[in-house]
Design a protein around this ligand. Structure first.
Ligand code: ACO
Length: 302
């Protein structure tokens, strides 16, 4: 079936999208809904799942590339919506690696005693930065949010984390616009060299996975669940194969959500935990990769 996407004039088809990306559905926020709204909803659900109250939180980090405003941060807006005040709240901008970056920052702050219980949220409204005349990108991305509560404990849940960036690749995935003098300067819509991103992603996801395993004194076979950034099913299958993991250990939600950037890893984690697939005691490898170019991984025992 050939479809004219949302009546906006690009020629594409379900077959092409499913075969090349694995995406079958995605969600767009209604007009007027902001990243902080999705983030607050996800935060409330994470608090409920963790049996904690908003007032128990002493750190909020929101990973987003689609903040409500230039400033203040989306995290401060979330803090206000949750009705808690005083604790540090800030955004992390590492595009699709954002959640792994935010988790690593929260982990470090908890380990140094700067915080004891953090809300770590990935939230995006990518539908507002898509160019609906560019079929190579507008079919890929969706909106969403996911969150976790991370708290100090004698039992190390987070075994090892690792982050990377290589600014030489700024141009292969970017939104090259800004606000200046009251006007939008440059182009405020997403641009991507899909093949360059694909090649880089496959390599770095493999190397960072091996590196965090080695830091934690674990091996590939110790991984119960692999949750890579949900960008493209072919990249995800390639990553699992390189780690010699059977595909039933790979958590896949890209088919339901598309690429939700910083929200994709916590959304997939939430779906797998709520479905009863990921259980207490399981070892989970989270991986992010995205614009910057950025990438990172976190290995955890749940
Ligand atoms: N519908 C139909 N045809 C299309 C579409 C579409 N939506 N998009 C591209 N095509 C066509 C192209 O025009 C091209 O046609 P041609 O051969 O006549 O020139 C053909 O399909 C093949 O295009 P390729 O770019 O070679 O397709 P590819 O197999 O590389 O798949 C894709 C493209 C899906 C974008 C892939 O490169 C990819 O997934 N890359 C990684 C993207 C990614 O992970 N991005 C997120 C990173 S995370 C972040 O930070 C946001």
């Amino acid at each position: 079936m050939v479809q004219m996407l949302a009546g906006r004039g690009v020629q594409t088809s379900d077959d092409w999208i499913v075969e090349r990306t694995g995406i079958r559905a995605r969600h767009f926020a209604d007009d007027g809904v902001m990243s902080s709204d999705l983030a607050t909803l996800a935060a409330r659900q994470a608090l409920q799942a963790a049996g904690r109250e908003a007032g128990d939180i002493d750190l909020i980090i929101v990973a987003t590339s689609t903040p409500d405003m230039v400033f203040p941060s989306t995290a401060c807006i979330v803090q206000q919506k949750l009705g808690i005040h005083g604790c540090p709240a800030f955004d992390v901008q590492a595009v699709c690696s954002g959640f792994v970056y935010a988790l690593t920052v929260a982990d470090s702050m908890i380990r140094t005693g700067a915080a004891s219980r953090a809300l770590v949220i990935g939230a995006e409204i990518f539908s507002r930065i898509l160019d609906f005349d560019d079929r190579t990108t507008c079919v890929l991305f969706g909106d969403g949010a996911g969150a976790v509560v991370l708290e100090a404990s004698d039992q190390p849940g987070l075994l090892a984390t690792e982050l990377h960036a290589d600014g030489r690749h700024v141009g292969i995935l970017c939104v090259p616009g800004s606000v200046s003098g009251g006007k939008v300067m440059g182009d405020p819509l997403l641009k991507m060299d899909g093949q360059a991103v694909f090649k880089l992603a496959v390599g770095v996801l493999d190397s960072v996975a091996r590196s965090v395993l080695s830091k934690a004194g674990r091996v590939e076979a110790d991984i119960d669940w692999l949750i890579p950034h949900q960008a493209n099913i072919r990249i995800m299958h390639g990553t699992a194969r390189k780690l010699k993991l059977p595909l039933d250990k790979l958590v896949v939600t890209v088919d339901e959500h598309g690429n939700t950037s910083a929200a994709s890893v916590p959304l997939a984690l939430d779906a797998a935990v709520r479905a009863g697939r990921i259980r207490k005691g399981d070892t989970v490898l989270l991986e992010g990769v995205g614009g910057g170019f950025t990438w990172g991984a976190a290995l955890l025992d749940l």
